[in-house]
Design a protein around this ligand. Structure first.
Ligand code: FMN
Length: 172
């Protein structure tokens, strides 16, 4: 049998992945009454029937054990006006003690906090999870969803910076 090919170093992997643009979400959960959340770009639709999504959370994040224990999470798709919210939930802003301070928050089907400040939200229960390297893939069964209070262009992340759409749809 052929030997296993070597794997590229993480730095090279991250450099190539920085060339892949993504949307930006905030994933929230509630554990023992306390809200938690983090900024997540590793979000994808998985299935429409039944509706399933995935998020990949780092195994060293504080949020992962909170989601595991609560068994639920909500995904919020951010708009271009939510760049500071994304930075806040990525813990990039110094001096923020309460992540949720000043935010309009409610609950829908699960106990996960639903933020009004988004383009759209999905309230999910954890259906399954997969350990892959330094991340865990969580499959969410969508229990409720809806639009947020924003209704404009999305927030993007590309080449290690928050961005907005720079052009109209392209002709093909
Ligand atoms: C644009 C952007 C995208 C991110 N995407 C992810 C992601 O997909 N998964 C993840 O675990 N962390 C992601 N992070 C990092 C987390 O938001 C960050 O590590 C956060 O501080 C974790 O919080 P916690 O330890 O309180 O859970 C992202 C950060 C940024 C700025």
């Amino acid at each position: 049998m052929a030997s296993t090919p070597p794997e590229p170093p993480p730095k090279a992997f991250k450099k190539v992945l920085s060339r892949f643009p993504s949307g930006v979400t905030v994933v929230t959960t509630r554990n023992q009454g306390e809200p938690h959340g983090l900024t997540v770009s590793a979000f994808s639709a998985v299935s429409a029937e039944p509706p399933r999504v995935l998020v990949c959370l780092g195994r060293d994040t504080d949020s992962l054990p909170m989601v595991r224990e609560s068994g639920c999470f909500a995904v919020h798709i951010l708009g271009r006006e939510h760049a500071r919210l994304a930075a806040r939930f990525a813990k990039m802003l110094p001096g923020v003690d309460d992540l949720f301070e000043g935010l309009a928050v409610r609950e829908e089907v699960t106990s996960a906090p639903i933020l009004s400040a988004c383009l759209g939200w999905l309230d999910c229960t954890v259906e399954s999870s997969y350990e892959v390297g330094d991340h865990t893939v969580l499959i969410g069964a969508v229990r409720a969803l809806g639009p947020g209070e924003a209704d404009g262009e999305p927030l993007l992340y590309f080449n290690r910076a928050f961005r907005s759409l720079a052009s109209d749809p392209l002709d093909v």
